[in-house]
Every structure is written in structure tokens, then in C-alpha cells.
Design a protein around this ligand. Structure first.
Ligand code: AMP
Length: 585
């Protein structure tokens, strides 16, 4: 194939995965596990121990683990030794609050140091950690905290006021709210002060025996229908986080690594917290939102060597132009990677123009817990392709017959559903309280990802689209049902249908179609009021950007809104099979 970018290996640093085929042949997950320590005395496997404590017992104790860049330009650095002690304090704080192993600790904070300490302390205490995206509105927060039966919430005074107070009475399981505040003042009623708790807690903590299949993490993700799904991950996932960080992101101990994802989404946890720490590198954590110039300054001034970001951000940088990049020098950059949405070939190549290095696309999802397909450092890149399976991962394209049996597609370039042989360490172990939904993700020993793809004759995988109606906007997976439900709460709305509409920067933007109850007029004022209602309840990340009125929405005979048809009509595409369409529409 001619459209290939030859392997890009940073000067002087040999890639961890030098020979893909040979490494894949000899790889076993048991061997990958050997790269970690395990709790002393064969007491099991705990994510926080592998992430910080094992380094804190070595010379790496004084190595910078997290360099936090505050929005205001100040910075704070935490060594592995400090992270170990501070997370011990949080584990003790949980203990003093009567929190037990298995209890749920939620965080809604944005990217501040307390988030990272809370995650590590929670894992040490063998409680379950769940981060929520701080741009969520009160409704998605309420729903997820109730589904996850949150016992503890770590948040900030501002987020507490705007997003928790309006729903606190509807959070029956929530026992403690811990506020991370920069002000010295007394915390508001029914809250605790993070500083006071940490101050009062000892920095000595012994992690109790942790089984590899003890639950560590809960990540909410969206489906086409119904409530969000809580994907359950276990401590053993750390084996996959570690080895994928080493092989797919090519992390070396002296790297300065920057993952731009927010821990409110799975990438920000697996690769913004766990993988860099287990690999012993220095991680940049930037509190601020995207700003092209700020980002180039970070790359330059903090001498970032490995950078993991997302297509929407890359496209925004492309829009900001090459001149701005060229005002900065980034000689330390060695490896660029991207995840979350399809990465256009132009974006891969733009990396070469802007930084002298291509972006390496990789693919995974909340359920897989870690990177499954990647363009590895020592492999030629096919721009537009997601790469090849991780060692230890058996991937295939499949079709399911009517009886539910799986047929593996062997022919190159034939479309199928991307499937992974079940059983890797970071595979989700359940959808919280939805065992039937979990079971339907598996057939004949394969996990069915819901993504359609094809594979070329050299084994590279190419993304085609989703099998269902979920929407990817700015890297975030959004379930249309959640948006429709909130629109339906408005007294004027009779029906709502929500689709993802292609967008040159955000990949998709959320568009709502709404039919009104009688007595309401479809005018600009109401359109704005509905958009504002959705934004207020859902938050900016989930709310629709566009809204159009319709007399009625196309439905199946069983009454389901046909989003596929709404989308086809919106995009002027063929309407496809209409045999189930209710004829009055
Ligand atoms: P999430 O569970 O929110 O991480 O979203 C996972 C979904 O994002 C996948 O199932 C894909 O549809 C999409 N996705 C992730 N990475 C890629 C990629 N490299 N190329 C295309 N789509 C991707």
C-alpha cells in the first residue's frame, strides 16, 4: 500500500515493542502480570499499590509522578513518595468515615490534585472509584450517583452549589460530601472539609489483601436506549493498563507524558492516572480547558515526550494553523497518539507538518478498559487506520446469524462487527445491575463491540461506524435516550428524537427533533427555551446544539422513534428499509 507513513522512532530511544510479530507470538497475560509487583506477601493485586507504593519503596520515590498545572499558571509537583503518603491519608479518611471495601466513592472535581489522591486512596481502601465529568449537569449526575449507589462524593464548593445542591435530596445513598476548597472558611452544612480530613488522617496505611477480581472502578457509558450503563472494572485491569501504556504508548521511565483526557471519561482514568503511574513516568495534568497556544506552551516548556490526545483537539489545532505551532519548539516530543473517534488521515499527516511526527491512532472503549488496537511505534502507520491488535488480544470481524451464532469474516476488506475474544484483564466484568444487557454483549466467547470495521490484507483495522445510534461528540459518547428524556420533561414537548450529525471538528454534534403538544407554537422563542432547558439539566457536554421542530417524528409500528430515518433525512441519504415505519409518518 502506498499511503503509509514509515515507522517513526524517536532518536536514541528504542521502542518497547520493537518487533510486533515476534512480541505477539511470545506474549501471555501471565508474563505481563510479572512486570508488576503484587502486594507484599502475595496478598493479591491492587491498582494503587502498583501505581505508587511499589515505586515509593525504590529510588523512584523522589521522582516526579504528577506535575499539576493550575488554570492560573501556577504548578505543583507530587513525587511517587508523596502520592503514596497522601493517598494513604485519604484511605484512612475513608476508614474514619465508616466506608468499607466495595462502597462507592464518586468524584466531581475537574482535573485537580485531590481527584488523583482520592482515586488512589479509594483503591487502597478497596472501595470503588467513579469520576463524573464536571461539565455534566445536575440530571446526569443525579442519575449516575443513584445507579452507582454513591456513598461518598468528593467535589468543589462551586460544583457542589451548582450541581449537587439542586439534587441532593434525591441522592438517598449519599452519606458524605467532601469539599476541596481553596478558602479557609467553614464548609457549608452537611459537608466535610477535604483539608481537615486529610490533616486529621495518618499517612500510614496497609492495603488489605486485594483479589484481582475485586471491583475497583465504575465507568458510566451510554447505549442507544435506556439508562446509562455502569461498566464495572476490577483491580486486575492494572495489568492491561500497564502493558498497553508500555507497548501502545511506548512509555519509558524518563518520559514526560501528557494525556489530555479528563478522568470523567475512561481515557482520563486508564491513561491519565493508572498507566503513567505504573510505568513510573512523570505525568502532566492540566487543569485548564483546550487552548491551542496554552497546549503548545505546555508541550514546549514541560518538555513533553509522549502525548496522548483526541481527534477533536487535533482538528481544533489544525484550525488554529501551523504558524502558531511553529512559534514553539518541541524537540523532546517522541510519540504522539490519539483515541476516541476516527482520526482522519489528514490529521495524522498534520502531525508530521506540525511536530515532525505522525499521530498514532488507537482504538478502545469503556468496556475494554484499555487500548485494544494500535498503530505501534515500530510499525508503519496507515493514516486513517486504527492499527493492529495489542499482543494478547485476539480481534476479529464477525457477523451474527439469526440464531445468535458468530461467523468470523476472513476476507480482507469485508465489513463486520469488531469482536474481541473475551478474557483480557481489563475487560469489564458487568454492567451494574443489568446482567441481561451484559450478556447480550457476548456470543460464542466473543465480546461484541458495537463498532463496524474492516481489516485490510496486512491486518490493519479501519473504522466504519457504530452499529447503534450512540453519538460521539468531542470524544464523548452520548446516549440519545438520555437527551430525549430531558427534552420530554418540558411541558411543550410531545416527542423527541436525537441524532449525531457529522461535524468537521467535533466529529458529531447533537441535533434534536421535537414535536410539540397541542397549544404550543413552534417558534424561535420556544426553540431557544428548549435548548436552554436541555443545557441547564444536562450540562454543556450532553445538551443538543441544534433543535428543529417537526409535525411528528417517524416511528416504528411499535412506537419507537426511528432515529436512523431522522438522520438519513437530515443528511439527504437513502432512507433504507422502511418496512417497520408506522405509515402515518
Ligand atoms: P467510549 O466508551 O466513550 O470510550 O467510546 C468508545 C467508542 O468510541 C468506540 O466504540 C468507537 O465507536 C469510538 N472510538 C474510540 N476510538 C476510536 C478510534 N480510534 N477510531 C474510531 N472510533 C473510535
Amino acid at each position: 500500500m502506498s499511503d503509509v507513513i514509515r515507522k517513526s522512532v524517536g532518536l536514541g530511544v528504542a521502542p518497547n515493542l520493537a518487533d510486533y510479530a515476534a512480541y505477539k507470538r511470545q506474549f501471555t497475560w501471565a508474563r505481563a502480570r510479572q512486570e508488576l509487583d503484587g502486594l507484599p506477601g502475595s496478598q493479591g493485586l491492587n491498582i494503587a499499590y502498583e501505581a505508587v507504593d511499589r515505586h515509593a519503596h525504590t529510588v523512584r520515590a523522589i521522582h516526579a509522578a504528577i506535575r499539576w498545572l493550575a488554570r492560573d499558571g501556577s504548578k505543583r509537583e507530587f513525587t511517587f513518595g508523596e502520592l503514596s503518603l497522601l493517598s494513604n491519608r485519604f484511605a484512612n479518611a475513608l476508614s474514619s468515615l465508616g466506608i468499607n471495601a466495595g462502597d462507592r466513592v464518586f468524584a466531581l472535581t475537574g482535573r485537580i490534585p485531590a481527584l488523583y489522591l482520592a482515586a488512589l486512596g479509594t483503591w487502597k481502601h478497596r472501595a470503588v472509584f467513579c469520576t463524573l465529568f464536571s461539565a455534566f449537569g445536575p440530571e446526569p449526575i443525579r442519575q449516575r450517583m443513584n445507579l452507582g449507589e454513591a456513598s461518598v462524593l468528593v467535589t468543589t464548593p462551586a460544583l457542589y452549589k451548582r450541581k449537587i445542591i439542586p439534587v441532593r435530596a434525591d441522592l438517598p445513598t449519599l452519606k458524605h460530601v467532601i469539599l476541596v476548597s481553596e478558602n479557609e472558611g467553614a464548609p457549608p452544612p452537611n459537608t466535610l472539609s477535604w483539608d481537615a480530613l486529610m490533616e486529621a488522617s495518618s499517612d500510614a496505611y496497609t492495603i488489605a489483601p486485594t483479589r484481582p477480581d475485586d471491583i475497583a472502578l465504575l465507568h458510566f457509558t451510554s447505549g442507544t436506549t435506556g439508562i446509562p450503563k455502569g461498566a464495572v472494572h476490577v483491580h486486575e485491569a492494572v495489568v492491561a493498563h500497564h502493558i498497553t501504556g508500555k507497548l501502545a504508548l511506548d512509555l519509558h521511565p524518563d518520559d514526560i507524558y501528557w494525556c489530555t483526557a479528563d478522568p470523567g471519561w475512561v481515557t482520563g482514568t486508564s491513561y491519565g492516572i493508572i498507566a503513567p503511574l505504573t510505568n513510573g513516568v512523570t505525568s502532566i495534568v492540566d487543569e485548564a480547558e483546550f487552548d491551542a497556544e496554552r497546549w503548545y506552551n505546555i508541550l514546549q516548556n514541560h518538555r513533553v515526550s509522549v502525548w496522548y490526545t483526541a481527534p477533536t483537539a487535533i482538528r481544533m489545532m489544525m484550525k488554529a494553523g501551523l504558524d502558531l505551532v511553529r512559534q514553539h519548539r518541541t524537540p523532546d516530543l517522541r510519540f504522539l497518539a490519539s483515541v476516541g473517534e476516527p482520526l482522519n488521515p489528514e490529521a495524522v499527516r498534520w502531525g508530521v507538518d506540525a511536530f515532525g511526527l505522525p499521530f498514532h491512532d488507537n482504538w478502545w472503549q469503556t468496556e475494554t478498559g484499555g487500548i485494544m488496537l494500535a498503530n505501534f511505534a515500530a510499525m508503519d502507520i496507515r493514516p486513517g487506520s486504527m492499527g493492529k491488535p495489542m499482543p494478547g488480544i485476539e480481534a476479529a470481524l464477525v457477523a451474527q446469524d439469526k440464531a445468535g451464532r458468530i461467523n468470523v469474516i476472513e476476507n480482507p476488506d469485508e465489513q463486520g462487527e469488531l469482536a474481541l475474544k473475551a478474557g483480557w484483564p481489563s475487560m469489564f466484568r458487568a454492567y451494574l445491575n443489568q446482567s441481561d444487557r451484559y450478556k447480550t454483549c457476548f456470543a460464542d466467547g466473543w465480546y461484541l463491540t458495537g463498532d463496524l470495521a474492516k481489516r485490510d490484507c496486512d491486518g490493519y483495522y479501519w473504522f466504519i461506524g457504530r452499529k447503534d445510534d450512540v453519538i460521539k461528540t468531542s470524544g464523548h459518547l452520548i446516549g440519545p435516550f438520555e437527551v430525549e428524556s430531558v427534552l420530554m420533561e418540558h411541558p411543550a414537548v410531545a416527542e423527541a428524537g436525537v441524532i449525531g450529525k457529522p461535524d468537521p471538528v467535533a466529529f458529531e454534534l447533537i441535533k434534536a427533533f421535537v414535536s410539540l403538544k397541542s397549544g404550543y407554537a413552534a417558534n424561535e422563542e420556544l426553540r431557544r427555551a428548549l435548548l436552554a432547558h436541555a443545557r441547564h439539566r444536562l450540562g454543556a457536554a450532553i445538551a443538543p446544539k441544534q433543535l428543529e421542530f417537526a409535525q411528528s417524528l417517524p416511528k416504528t409500528r411499535s412506537g419507537k422513534i426511528m432515529r436512523r430515518l431522522l438522520k438519513a433525512r437530515e443528511l439527504g441519504l437513502p432512507e433504507g428499509d422502511l418496512s417497520t415505519l408506522e405509515t402515518s409518518t
